[in-house]
Design a protein around this ligand. Structure first.
Ligand code: COA
Length: 260
């Protein structure tokens, strides 16, 4: 598959998806959202890919938001459809992917950019990163899950303040808020993120997928996270990975997970 607005590189179990519109600070137009959906699907289905890293091209931006030039003259119905389609194709899709997705935030992550980073399973930022949901400064609200995921990650009061002021926080404040897990220099960001990905790869991908499902269930309306955990926990006992993991422990050797 060839892509125009993104790059997809697969190497040693890791797929790196780079949003590649640096002249527009990697803003998400509808073509980029479609390509991201396809690339995520391709990486998730690729044999041997155990972790996906999302990042932005260049040294300035992860993603500076949804492409404002595309929706400036939209109607109420078109606005609603934009949010619904984007959430289904990209943001919820990322959050529910069974392959772990890490956002390596290498600069501005604004609006849809921060919403994409928040849809990822966790985030690592470089020191130059700036994060915010500036939508109310444009007369609109976050529509790609931002009003839900920001409070989940940083707490309701902080999310209210960030959204109402339309302000940006820097990487260190994001770390203090728990919005990102680590902060590195820009030069070290990808290497550091890949080291964390390598730690993930050593573990059972089947168990990790079950953990993602159970963790997400606690944040879904009408689902009971504890019940989902019981179901997923039980399912693990029927997997080859569980058999291998427990046998390897008992035989005092490293597990070699078949990923089934
Ligand atoms: N949508 C469309 N184009 C965007 C964009 C967005 N969200 N963010 C940046 N761009 C474009 C700019 O229009 C400019 O294009 P041009 O060179 O053709 O004029 C280019 O990217 C570079 O951006 P510029 O504003 O010149 O860079 P800067 O360093 O002066 O400012 C930002 C950087 C991030 C502060 C500024 O680009 C910005 O505020 N962007 C919009 C952020 C936003 O509101 N996002 C939420 C959208 S819902």
């Amino acid at each position: 598959m060839t892509y125009e607005n993104i790059r997809l590189d697969k190497n040693e179990g890791i797929a790196i998806i780079t949003i590649d519109r640096p002249s527009k600070l990697n803003a998400l137009n509808s073509a980029t959202i479609k390509e991201l959906h396809k690339a995520l699907k391709e990486a998730d289905a690729a044999k041997g890919i155990k972790v996906i890293i999302l990042t932005g091209s260049g040294e300035k931006a992860f993603v500076a938001g949804a492409d404002i030039s595309e929706f400036a003259d939209f109607s109420v119905a078109q606005g609603e459809q934009l949010a619904a389609e984007g959430q289904a194709k990209l943001f919820d899709f990322v959050a529910h992917l069974s392959t772990p997705v890490i956002a390596a935030v290498n600069g501005f992550a604004l609006g849809g950019g921060l919403e994409l980073a928040m849809a990822a399973h966790f985030r690592i930022a470089s020191e130059n990163a700036k994060m915010g949901l500036p939508e109310v400064s444009l007369g609109v609200i976050p529509g790609y899950g931002g009003t839900q995921r920001l409070p989940q990650l940083v707490g309701k009061g902080r999310a209210m303040e960030m959204i109402m002021t339309a302000g940006m926080i820097d990487a260190h404040q994001a770390l203090q808020y728990g919005l990102v897990n680590h902060v590195t220099s820009l030069e070290e960001l990808m290497e550091f993120t890949q080291k964390i990905a390598q730690k993930i790869i050593r573990n059972s991908s089947v168990a990790i997928a079950a953990a993602i499902t159970a963790i997400n269930a606690g944040y879904e309306d009408g689902e009971n996270g504890f019940e989902e955990e019981i179901t997923q926990f039980g399912k693990c006992f029927g997997t080859a990975d569980f058999h291998e993991g427990t046998q390897a422990f008992l035989e005092k050797r490293k597990a070699n997970f078949p990923g089934k």
